[in-house]
Design a protein around this ligand. Structure first.
Ligand SMILES: [Zn+2]
Length: 125
């Protein structure tokens, strides 16, 4: 039966996936995250009509009040693609790290990551 056959194929491909090295899986995961982030790049995160997509992190406007700006605050953060100005590496600036930067480290809302983690010389930001 074709149905059973395709289930078998699926089972085998899952098994193969589990056998690939951690590095390969890690790279694939990173690549798909980059693709997703690229799709979000023209999303207006301040627009009240825009639904926060999966993987986004909601913003806390009280925590953003240090910003002396008339522009609207983002309602949520989504993963951003950063192309490092130093080495050209494409990297994700994850939504939760953006929240940390703007709301905990009190970074200015108009600032954005321009260097990859390696060129910033630390892993934790
Ligand atoms: Zn770099």
């Amino acid at each position: 039966m074709p149905g059973i056959c395709s289930i078998d194929t699926f089972g085998i491909s899952i098994l193969k996936g589990e056998m690939t090295s951690k590095t390969t899986k890690e790279r694939r995961r990173k690549e798909s995250r980059l693709l997703r982030a690229a799709q979000y790049s023209d999303l207006d995160t301040t627009d009240p009509d825009v639904e926060p997509p999966p993987g986004s992190v909601l913003a806390d406007h009280a925590a953003l009040s240090h910003n002396n700006t008339h522009s609207r605050f983002p309602r949520f953060y989504v993963d951003q693609v950063v192309i490092c100005r130093n080495c050209g590496t494409e990297e994700i600036w994850p939504a939760d790290r953006q929240k940390w930067w703007y709301e905990v480290a009190k970074g200015n809302i108009n600032t954005t990551a321009i260097l990859c983690r390696k060129c910033r010389g630390k892993d934790e930001t």
